[in-house]
Design a protein around this ligand. Structure first.
Ligand code: IPE
Ligand code: IPE
Ligand code: MG
Length: 300
């Protein structure tokens, strides 16, 4: 049987799904799946059983998302902090992750045909040390090009760079903190904290989270995002203008003199920056692939 449980929504769920789909739907949801151990305690089962139920709930949730047309899901499955738990718990979690995620990867191809994108993050979205070093080197190498460093470049350096930021971030179990998850990427997301323990998560909890998103999806929020993007562009242009002025002054030319010359310089400056940035991002991508391959070998 497929791990992402096959099957349609019930009639009533389908009916409500169709109603909600008439409103603005999130394209990307991130989950902090919390509350497995409290669930185990509540149901008087082994802790590992709570974690196992948690992984199975993920499969069910992915199916709901698929049925709702939400094709991008990011989940927080394990944090660096979680290594501080007892060895037996960490080993148990790793076993489950290996088992369940390898099944998920087996089904990845099928899911990709539906256009689904699944990303499982621990703390990996934060930059590992050697990547931080690479960035430090790049900053050093580009110290004459201050205008290269921008928020959008930092955005592209993150593991989540291939997808839009989440529209909704959901944390279960009543905890109201992000525990270092996607801090950068959720600045404009609708944050939904729900009291339900993760293994008990239902379609209706997801439904409620989407309703909250829809209720907050005012023009204002959309405008805020657009204005933010505009602001980034404006800041980049300002930095470029300042760099051109500096260049011209260094060459003993008048900064405000020849408008045509300024335009040509501005154009060249941004084209060269784009080249440098692309080169840097390619190197980063290679380094990251290498790092992940080494991580895979180490944990095999
Ligand atoms: C979340 O549930 C799963 C992981 C962190 C791996 P917890 O294990 O944190 O369970 P609670 O929050 O203590 O109930
Ligand atoms: C939350 O884990 C993150 C995950 C679900 C992986 P914790 O339950 O350990 O987080 P804190 O310690 O309560 O913030
Ligand atoms: Mg917890």
């Amino acid at each position: 049987m497929s791990w992402i449980k096959e099957g349609e929504l019930s009639l009533w769920e389908r009916f409500c799904a169709n109603i909600i789909k008439a409103g603005p739907m999130p394209k990307h949801i991130a989950f902090i799946m919390d509350g497995n151990r409290r669930y185990a305690k509540k149901c008087q089962v082994e802790r590992q059983e709570g974690h196992s139920k948690g992984f199975n709930k993920l499969a069910e949730t992915l199916r709901w998302c698929l049925n709702l047309g939400i094709l991008e899901v990011t989940v927080y499955a394990f944090s660096i902090e979680n290594f501080k738990r007892s060895k037996s718990e960490v080993d148990g979690l790793m076993d489950l992750a290996r088992q369940k995620f390898s099944r998920l990867m087996e089904e990845k191809e099928k899911l990709q045909r539906h256009g689904v994108c699944i990303r499982v993050l621990g703390d990996l979205h934060l930059l590992p040390l050697d990547l931080q070093e690479l960035i430090a080197q790049a900053v050093q190498a580009t110290k004459n090009y201050n205008s290269d460093i921008s928020e959008s470049l930092l955005d592209k350096c993150l593991y989540t760079n291939h997808s839009p930021h989440p529209d909704i971030l959901i944390r279960t179990s009543g905890e109201v903190r992000l525990s270092d998850f996607l801090l950068w990427q959720t600045s404009h997301s609708c944050l939904v904290f729900q009291p339900v323990l993760w293994p008990e998560y239902t379609f209706w909890n997801l439904f409620e989270a989407i309703l909250q998103y829809q209720m907050n999806h005012s023009m204002l929020q959309q405008k805020a995002r657009d204005m933010y993007a505009e602001e980034r562009k404006r800041q980049q242009l300002e930095r470029d203008q300042a760099a051109v002025t500096e260049q011209l002054l260094q060459e003993g030319l008048q900064a405000s003199g020849d408008a045509q010359l300024r335009r040509t310089r501005l154009h060249k400056l941004s084209a060269r920056r784009e080249e440098r940035v692309q080169g840097f991002l390619q190197a980063l991508e290679l380094k990251r692939a290498d790092w992940l391959a080494r991580l895979g070998t180490a944990s095999a």
